[in-house]
Ligand binder design. Sequence first.
Ligand code: THU
Length: 161
Amino acid sequence: MNRKTYHFDYDLYSDISELPGSDARLLESARVVTADAYAPYSHFHVGAAAMLTNGELVKGTNQENAAYPVGICAERVLLSAAASFFPDVPIHTIAISYHNLKGKSTIPVSPCGICRQSLLEYETRMQQPIRIILAGLEGEVLVVHTAADLLPLGFTATDMA
Ligand code: THU
């Protein structure tokens, strides 16, 4: 038996003011778009903004449903929009934020497992790593260098080869 260790490097900033300008602008877009979320059940309004490699900006918000499992996370709304409006254009960076109407919005958001799988599929499909900026409306900002880092031992097409 060989015990293996998984680790990954990410960047932690104390707040948005420390970020490079382009990342700060993208995070600000994600924060602003939380206002467009449809989250009458959880009151947890998530916004995502993507900068594509062609310079286009694509946004998404969570869209809930009275039949709870039908709801869709902001990240997957964004990925569907990007794939629909700009097929074949890789995503350079995605910023994700949230407005929690029932509490604080200070801890960096943590994408759910389905979204991590979807992000991994998108970067595999486009053959380009997606940088991911995670934050709340204020406070610390976490920058991950590739979606693959968020899903250790993730399942991709090569696993079926
Ligand atoms: N949600 C997202 O849209 N993205 C995340 O990264 C975390 C969770 C949504 C799903 C649901 O509408 C609400 O937030 C509470 O889970």
